[in-house]
Design a binder for this molecule. Structure first.
Ligand code: GLA
Length: 400
């Protein structure tokens, strides 16, 4: 059945070929190299990153590919082929200022600007971009662009950041600044950390308070499990509105409670007793309980009990639906359908308000769960969901 097709990722060879061919036809000559960086799925720990909390992403096999050549002047020439359309931009490094360029240019050129904030000067460059990370699906396609461009600019300018985890953590900061201050989306550092600091076959336990990480072996195959991604195709955007409001509420709650971040709350009941605003109290309860769910999830995985994580995934979704209020009908229908069809656990992933749900399933049950989601969407009159397999993949790197 066509609708049950799991959309595959490009191989590295295929992605590099596409980016290089676009480079050769656009700019003549060849690029200095091709770099790629992945989208992500966050397994648990949602809306915790900007609260100094914990999250647990994996990198997807779906990547953005950048072919890039250093220039000796300050010109920047870009071509991007996303979902068929080829877009061009030509200008100078000094033209790359927040609010002055089209949004797709912001993710690319904003990296050059952001390096500059650290007094790291990049030269001009020619670059082509192409990607198989689904866009506007909450799988961090924008972070994949920033991180692939960051790795490329790092290497052609000889900064040497991409070669170590410490250097990559610095690249994460550069990319988050692009997102926050150039593009104007006040997100945390989950997405860029997932794209640059993950290891193949592992989930990344990221502590957003101090930036420390732990690689958590996440071997789905060994337990005959799969992580199915159900892309609701409901519109999702973080640059405006509700995401920013959630963050502002958390910051106001932290101020009220006299803490730097909600991570510092150790006695939830005592904290809640001090918050008279009922909505703020629910937001705080989500963040504090979600951070604990990440701890509990990692403890189970490290004890070899992956089969027991379902209730934590389900509780995470329910908290995001009822307390944090960032789900939407499509996400709730996807999650309910997956659970009813026998998923071990299911939840939304990413920022919410649309985007993707994930379902942890026995490999034999994957098609049943996928079919149940497709049928439930048809029943509710929603567009058919897209389906992906989340295979814990490697962080961004040079491909050729
Ligand atoms: C988006 C943001 C992240 C994070 C998640 C929610 O993906 O980009 O920084 O806040 O939402 O966990």
């Amino acid at each position: 059945m066509d609708t049950l097709q799991i959309v595959p990722a490009w191989s590295a060879t295929e992605g590099a070929r596409r980016a290089s061919e676009l480079f050769e036809t656009t700019f003549q000559g060849t690029a200095d190299g091709v770099w790629a960086s992945p989208g992500r799925v966050n397994i648990i720990g949602e809306h915790t990153d900007y609260n100094g909390g914990l999250c647990l992403p994996i990198a997807l096999p779906h990547r953005t590919y950048v072919a890039l050549r250093r220039r000796s002047d300050d010109e920047v020439h870009l071509a991007s082929a996303f979902e068929g359309d080829v877009l061009h931009w030509d200008g100078r490094l000094s033209d790359l200022q927040p609010g002055t360029v089209p949004s797709w240019v912001g993710y690319v050129g904003g990296m050059a600007w952001s390096f500059g904030r650290d007094e790291i000067t990049v030269t001009g460059f020619d670059a082509t971009l192409t990607s198989c990370v689904p866009t506007a699906a909450g799988l961090s396609s924008s972070a994949a662009v920033e991180c692939a461009v960051g790795l490329a600019l790092d290497e052609v300018n000889g900064f040497g950041l991409g070669g170590s985890d410490e250097g990559r953590a610095q690249l994460v900061t550069v990319a988050v600044r692009t997102e926050n201050d150039f593009v104007g989306a006040r997100t945390g550092d989950l997405d860029q950390s997932a794209s640059l600091r993950t290891h193949e076959g592992h989930a990344l336990l990221l502590d957003c308070l101090d930036g420390s990480t732990r690689q958590v072996p996440f071997d789905l195959d060994a337990q005959n499990l799969e992580l199915l991604v159900i892309d609701t195709r409901a519109t999702h955007s973080h640059a405006t509105g509700a995401y920013g409001q959630r963050r502002a509420t958390c910051e106001a709650a932290a101020t009220l409670l006299g803490v730097e971040t909600l991570r510092e709350i150790t006695d939830l009941d005592a904290a809640l007793a001090r918050i008279s605003d009922e909505e703020m109290a629910r937001r705080v309860r989500h963040v504090v309980t979600e951070i604990q769910r990440v701890r509990d999830f990692v403890a189970l995985v490290e004890a070899g009990r992956l089969l027991d994580v379902g209730p934590l995934m389900n509780a995470s979704h329910d908290s995001l639906r009822d307390d944090y209020e960032v789900t939407c009908p499509e996400l709730d229908v996807a999650v309910d359908a997956a659970r009813s069809a026998g998923a071990i656990g299911a939840r939304m992933t990413g920022g919410g308000f649309g985007g993707c749900a994930i379902a942890l399933v026995d490999a034999e049950k994957r098609d049943d769960v996928a079919a149940a989601a497709v049928a439930a969407f048809a029943e509710h009159g929603f567009a058919a969901p897209r389906l992906y397999a989340a295979i814990p993949s490697a962080a961004g790197s040079r491909i050729s």
